[in-house]
Design a protein around this ligand. Structure first.
Ligand code: GTP
Ligand code: SPV
Ligand code: MN
Length: 635
């Protein structure tokens, strides 16, 4: 029996207006009876289960959005930012500001479908499994009647260009109109999707803030949520996601991490493709040759910034296809093609400014939503990093609603505050970003925040060596999840919080792609975040990263500009173009490989993968680790 059954509801000889089983639940918008039967059943089942006061079937139109925006303005959840066109700001309950990884589970009948057969001492950080019985118990405690007194919105959406063979459909039920507005930006939300689904398959997404009326707890910032009861459940075998208690980002915009990574990685395993936490960018060199690069960095490690990079080298052109998620597939000729399943950017606000990321700035001058940023007295947004771009003395209201000025202690915006902007508004959006076939992917990058020991760029020796570099990915913790303080965490393939199935099987899936006729893209490891003795970044980053991209593209062209090292191929000294920044960077400091550091690093990595992935660690990957360790010993 499925974990969470939606029994056939027998009343479906549809009457004219009244939907018998829903009885007291009015359809306040949309044509329920005109929907495909399977979708009617899905809605009816959950309406009965969650008991909303009404059902609002969305069509994704501007009128509909305005209706909701006006309601939220009236209620005080949203504020208009008069400095721009159709930009709105809101603050959440301060207890609901990031993804909650410890409350995010994969539910499958068999435990080891979801998580690897780890060894004693494993911390279980590569995905958490919950048994069907436990899941049912937890759901029974939360979901029945959870929408009492609230509206249930039905959001039909498509991940990927409408009509692309690589795209997938979903329907999200939610009682948050903020989620409705953000999903409208982040996915292709349209009533067309109902017809495209018909009686076919779709991912069932059920989200609630978990505050049925009468709600007796204090609501902060007009943001009802239920932090004590947050639970995010994935049922890959049933193509279903259930999320309770949080309205924030990855917890509530279920098309994003839940569907496009956790559920999709399962579909990808079964159907022979890849669902990855990667940006996709097109880079054209001064000679006019374009390459596409997909890059996996953990949360808040620079994907959005790299995808929209403004090149500091003359003659280069960068255009963005996606900034967070890539769905990729080898075609019949063995060429890897990728699409961006999303249609918006949910980007980290702090640090973003007209210098570091002008293309992101330009993307959110209109039709955007800002969450947990600060406001200026002249009706603009503000966050850390914008100090040089607003009047020094301007009155600011922090994300917590406190009066504040630049230079005062404390922070104006939450470190994980975000902008939600339509991708189509990005001035450098790639003309092929909605190409149903996707774009060809020529290189894959992995990277994280590595303050110590790890050089600016490493080229893998082979596909398998590259997969090992990806599996060994580590990064300093950031504000994107609930972790406190800074420490270096493993984040293999930048997928640690987003794995939808057994990580050992996932690595094997990657290794298995290397077979004819597939032409394997080259794999690189990059690190913009190495720190010098003075505690400052050794590499200027942002627009200067084009210099590393240039080196990578020249390698793809076969230029002899790399030297062998114990950890992979490194740039020959001087082979990265540093024209104009020679005095700012110290090559040797950026590229030295401290033997002690690497020896303990590889030991620790092997230990980690042995313990966490255990018997599911592919032997080929273990061999790559051994060989790397041997080379490091001989360094
Ligand atoms: P998610 O959206 O959470 O997945 O993050 P992301 O990977 O898209 O990271 P993003 O580009 O938003 O960058 C996160 C933070 O890193 C921001 O504060 C940036 O200013 C900073 N950052 C990005 N690129 C660089 C870089 O090249 N060098 C330095 N020093 N900081 C960077
Ligand atoms: C991330 O944490 O990687 C994000 C933000 O992109 S969220 O959508 O909240 O996952
Ligand atoms: Mn991002």
């Amino acid at each position: 029996m499925p974990l969470d059954e939606e029994p056939e509801i027998p009343f479906f000889e549809v009457h004219e207006i009244v939907v018998p089983h829903l009885g007291h639940v009015p359809i306040v918008k949309g044509d329920f009876t005109g929907l495909p039967k399977k979708i009617q059943q899905f809605i009816a089942f959950y309406a009965d289960y969650m008991k909303p006061r009404g059902i609002f079937i969305c069509d994704g139109s501007d009128e509909e959005a305005h209706m909701v925006i006006n309601k939220l303005l009236e209620r005080g959840t949203l504020h208009h930012l008069p400095k721009y066109e159709e930009n709105y700001i809101c603050s959440t309950d301060p207890q609901d500001v990031a993804r909650v990884e410890g409350k995010t589970f994969i539910c499958t009948k068999n435990k080891h479908t979801s998580v690897a057969r780890s060894r004693a001492g494993a911390k279980g950080g590569l995905g958490l499994w919950l048994s069907p019985e436990e899941a049912k118990k937890e759901m029974d405690e939360r979901w029945p009647g959870c929408m009492a007194g609230r509206m249930m919105y039905v959001l039909p959406f498509c991940m990927g260009p409408l009509g692309s063979p690589l795209s997938k459909y979903g329907i999200q039920l939610t009682d948050s109109n903020y989620v409705l507005l953000c999903m409208r930006i982040m996915t292709r939300m349209s009533s067309q999707v109902f017809n495209l689904i018909g009686e076919g398959d779709f991912v069932k997404c059920v989200h609630t803030m978990g505050c049925p009326r009468p709600w007796r707890k204090k609501v902060v910032n007009h943001w009802p949520c239920n932090p004590e009861k947050v639970l995010i459940l994935h049922f890959p075998e049933e193509h279903k996601v259930k999320s309770f208690g949080s309205g924030y980002g990855g917890n509530s915009l279920l098309g994003k991490k839940c569907f496009a990574l956790r559920i999709a990685s399962n579909l990808a395993r079964d159907e022979g493709w890849m669902a990855e936490h990667m940006l996709i960018m097109g880079v054209t060199n001064p000679a006019g040759k374009e390459r596409f690069i997909a890059a996996a960095f953990p949360s808040a490690c620079g994907k959005t910034n790299l995808a929209m990079l403004k090149p500091s080298l003359p003659g280069w052109k960068v255009r963005v296809v996606g900034d967070d998620i890539a769905w990729m597939r080898f075609n019949d000729k063995g060429e890897l093609y990728g699409i961006n399943p999303e249609s918006g950017f949910f980007g980290v606000a702090p640090g973003t400014n007209w210098k570091t990321n002008p293309n992101a700035m330009a993307s959110f001058q209109k039709n955007s939503i800002f969450t947990n940023v600060a406001r200026t007295a002249d009706g603009g947004y503000f966050w850390e990093g914008m100090e040089d771009e607003v009047d020094k003395d301007i009155e600011i209201t922090t994300w917590l609603g406190q009066p504040w000025k630049i230079g005062m202690p404390g922070k104006a915006a939450h470190p994980n505050s975000r902008f939600t902007a339509p991708a189509s508004q990005c001035p450098i959006i790639h003309p092929r970003w909605e190409d149903p076939e996707g774009v060809p992917i020529h290189a894959l990058l992995f990277g994280g925040r590595r303050p110590e020991g790890v050089p600016l760029v490493i080229e893998s020796r082979s596909w398998e060596h590259g997969v090992m570099l990806g599996a060994s990915l580590k990064s300093e913790t950031t504000a994107a999840a609930e972790f406190k303080g800074k420490s270096i965490m493993h984040d293999p393939m930048a997928m640690r919080p987003f794995m939808g199935y057994n990580f050992g099987h996932y690595l094997q899936h990657w290794l298995d792609f290397n077979k004819p006729p597939n032409k394997m893209p080259k794999i690189y490891h990059v690190n913009w975040f190495r720190v010098g003795k003075d505690g400052r970044f050794l590499w200027p980053g942002f627009g200067e990263n084009i210099r590393v991209i240039d080196w990578i593209c020249r390698r793809l062209d076969g230029e002899d500009i790399a030297v062998d090292s114990a950890v992979g191929m490194l740039p020959k000294k001087g082979s990265i173009d540093l024209t104009g920044i020679e005095d700012k960077v110290n090559w040797d400091e950026m590229f030295t490989l401290p033997k002690d550091y690497w020896q303990s690093d590889i030991r620790e990595t092997i230990e980690f993968l042995d313990t966490e992935v255990g018997d599911d660690l592919p032997p080929r990957l273990r061999q790559e680790l051994n060989e790397q360790e041997e080379r490091i010993k001989k360094m």
